[in-house]
Design a protein around this ligand. Structure first.
Ligand SMILES: [Zn+2]
Ligand SMILES: [Zn+2]
Length: 258
């Protein structure tokens, strides 16, 4: 059975609650909310970071990842993302003012630069030794995306931050290899306007979204709870019976099989 490891699963930073990151192979992660603390010295093995969007809770460890591992690297840290998101990272974070532009700085005794930005497009699959990965549209920022990770014949869909989105469910309904979904629930159901304005789901909205699921064999895991609302959200997630087929509310160090 294939698996990925959760390195952080919350939509805000608080004691014992880590920001969003998933490890999909020993050297590859999706998002960089919590790499340094979660991986310890293994962080030096990370060569590939796939980003879902440029919100800080998904990127915050990238500057420190590069800085901490710089002198150990023989090859660049590759950051994969849609053009707009890579531009946000280049223009607003790795811009010399906030943090050095490591895509201009050569590694020690090497012609390689420390960082390489690699543009990806929606619905184009990239193949690696241990997995395939495909960016798919979600409904959060103007350039955000989720990812489908495939290993052997099984796939998991990580929606990343999203509001209501027909195309995600269409994808799950039409691709029977997708056995498992990890989806965003950030705010309690009574904050529906806030959820709409910030493009996140509530338990009530996810309940409605699940009406679009035409399969009964998909496991639903939930992440991205806002720490302040954690206890209320847990109550609403259980009372709405959202964790289909033995899904769970994810936290750091969980192994998700699919
Ligand atoms: Zn987020
Ligand atoms: Zn976001």
């Amino acid at each position: 059975m294939a698996s990925i490891k959760i390195l952080g699963a919350f939509g805000g930073k608080a004691n014992g609650m880590d920001l969003t990151s998933l490890q999909i192979s020993p050297n590859s992660v999706i998002d960089a909310g919590n790499l340094i603390d979660a991986l310890g010295s293994d962080v030096q093995n990370i060569d590939n970071v796939f980003i879902t969007h440029a919100h800080l809770d998904h990127l915050v460890d990238i500057p420190f990842l590069i800085d901490d591992t710089f002198s150990l690297r023989k090859t660049p840290l590759k950051i994969y993302g849609r053009k707009e998101n890579l531009n946000h990272l280049k223009n607003h974070i790795l811009n010399w003012d906030i943090w050095p532009d490591f895509s201009q700085i050569p590694l020690i005794d090497s012609d390689h630069k420390a960082v390489e930005f690699i543009e990806i497009e929606l619905d184009k699959t990239l193949q690696f030794d241990q997995f395939d990965i495909t960016a798919i549209a979600n409904n959060h920022t103007s350039s955000s995306n989720g990812y489908i990770i495939s290993k052997h014949d099984s796939s998991i869909l990580f929606t990343s931050d999203t509001y209501c989105c027909d195309s995600l469910w269409h994808r799950v309904n039409s691709d029977l290899r997708i056995s498992t979904v990890i989806i965003d629930v950030s705010f309690p159901s009574q904050y529906e306007k806030l959820a709409h304005d910030s493009k996140h789901l509530t338990p009530k909205l996810l309940k409605q979204e699940l009406q679009k699921l035409q399969r009964d064999d998909v496991t639903i895991h939930i992440n991205h709870l806002k720490p302040y609302f954690k206890n209320e959200l847990i109550e609403q997630i259980y009372s709405n019976e959202l964790l289909l087929n033995n899904g769970s509310i994810l936290q750091s160090q969980d192994i998700v099989e699919f």
